[in-house]
Write a protein that binds this ligand. Structure first.
Ligand code: SDX
Length: 384
């Protein structure tokens, strides 16, 4: 039996590793990547590939290092044919994250030579980021009944991804918004998905299985799945004149939770939600449906903060992200928003896996406090 009978439910406030990657101040609503504030990063106009590099190498790249890194990522764009075939065998309406899981589990099945190795870990992680772009393009195009496509080299990861997904030149405004969304979701310390992946790689299982485990956790509506559940509420409400009634009948009644609100760590407004909201303000003017849902969201935010603000429950990153994705051109019906979250978070997951396995590796094996029957004699079935 473990010494203490103390159980930290949901591992709340339990430290599972140290990190140099990301820090969060939940009381003040501060998020920093490698010491840089998320606001400074977004306002700098940095491309997400610079942040991908920062997570894998610990420093921002100069132009030459960025080019070399981008080549490694782009090698992953051309995902193996068997992966595209596997995705396209799944029902079109399958959950986007479940399809990404299928793809990464297939990589784990096929890439049997994978070994954790300080010399190759980062190159493989860069390749996986590119592969996740190629996989997510094909998950989306499968939903839409479009032919397979592969991202191609361009002057940015966001542009290559959007051009391959939509099959046409994306607007600069969409590229900038997608780039920001990719940065905002890159990492968030050790949420459930990162922790699930860490448990997997702590057994020295391969990086693809770690990503698969992380995707399995991300999928749930209490975590990444909220990116779809939040905007689905706005669509269900349908009109800003219905918001008060909906809120009273669904949330105040205690029947449902306000999705996109609340956070285990932030007890104030999630800084990422503020940035997503500012992008939504700019983008919705070009998309009537997104504009209508945005008006509903703002009204719902008001009611939510009035009701829950005093308890430290505020909009989190998932409250407005779906509006931005919709305004970029990803329709709500395709459940792709959490898949787009994963396209970004694969960087943070792999960076934490590498940091853990290379520098602080230990098998993750917690205990359980036994509450079962006292020792008793086992009777064979003919005596029971
Ligand atoms: C993400 O961890 C991360 O970093 C995740 C993430 C990342 O980048 O990786 O930030 C991304 O997953 C954001 C969270 C997305 N999930 C949602 O929007 C789902 C709705 N949110 C809640 O289910 C909830 O806020 C959680 C799951 C996010 C956090 O919940 P906790 O810390 O487990 O808190 P809890 O469920 O124990 O709730 C504490 C109290 C309860 O009230 P009491 O029983 O004490 O009276 O707060 C209430 C809850 O009822 N509460 C809510 C609420 N969230 C918490 N009440 C109404 N609506 C909500 N959304």
């Amino acid at each position: 039996m473990p010494e203490s009978e103390e159980i930290s439910r949901g591992l709340e406030d339990v430290n599972i590793k140290w990190t140099r990657l990301t820090t969060i101040d939940g009381e003040k609503g501060i998020l920093r990547y490698g010491g840089y504030s998320i606001e400074d990063i977004i306002n700098s106009g940095a491309k997400v590939e610079e942040i991908q590099y920062l997570f894998l190498y610990g420093e921002l790249p100069n132009k030459e290092k960025l080019e070399k890194f981008r080549e490694n990522v782009e090698k992953g764009y051309n995902v193996p044919g068997y992966i595209i075939e596997t995705i396209r065998k799944l029902p079109k309406e399958s959950d986007s994250v479940a399809m990404q899981m299928t793809a990464f589990a297939s990589l784990a099945a096929a890439e049997t030579k994978f070994k954790w190795n300080k010399e190759t870990n980062r190159e493989l992680a860069a390749l996986s980021i590119g592969r996740m772009a190629g996989i997510t393009v094909n998950v989306y195009r499968h939903f839409m009944g479009m032919e397979p496509a592969i991202p191609e080299h361009s002057d940015s990861f966001a542009k290559s991804f959007l051009k391959a997904a939509f099959g046409k030149e994306p607007s600069q405004e969409s590229i900038d918004a997608m780039n920001a969304a990719l940065i905002l979701y890159t990492d968030h310390e050790v949420p459930a998905s990162t922790t699930a992946g860490l448990v997997a790689v702590s057994t020295l299982s391969d990086i693809y299985s770690g990503v698969t485990a992380a995707l399995a956790a991300l999928k749930g509506p209490l975590h990444g799945g909220a990116a779809e559940a939040a905007i689905a509420q706005f669509a269900e409400i349908g009109d800003e004149n219905n918001v008060e009634n909906w809120f009273k009948n669904n949330i105040l009644s205690g029947n449902r939770r306000l999705m996109g609100f609340g956070h285990r760590v932030y007890k104030t407004y999630d800084p990422r939600a503020k940035i997503f909201k500012s992008f939504a303000e700019k983008l919705v003017k070009n998309n009537k449906e997104a504009e209508k849902l945005f008006k509903i969201a703002k009204k719902l935010e008001e009611l939510g903060i009035k009701q829950y603000g005093a308890k430290g429950i505020y909009p989190n990153t998932d409250f407005y992200s779906g509006i931005v994705y919709m305004a970029i051109g990803f329709p709500l019906k395709n459940n792709i928003y959490t898949g787009l979250f994963a396209l970004s978070r694969i960087t943070g997951w792999q960076a934490h896996f590498i940091e853990y396995v290379e520098e602080q590796h230990r098998l993750i094996r917690p205990r359980a406090v036994y509450k079962g029957p006292e020792p008793r004699q086992f009777l064979p079935i003919n005596k029971r």
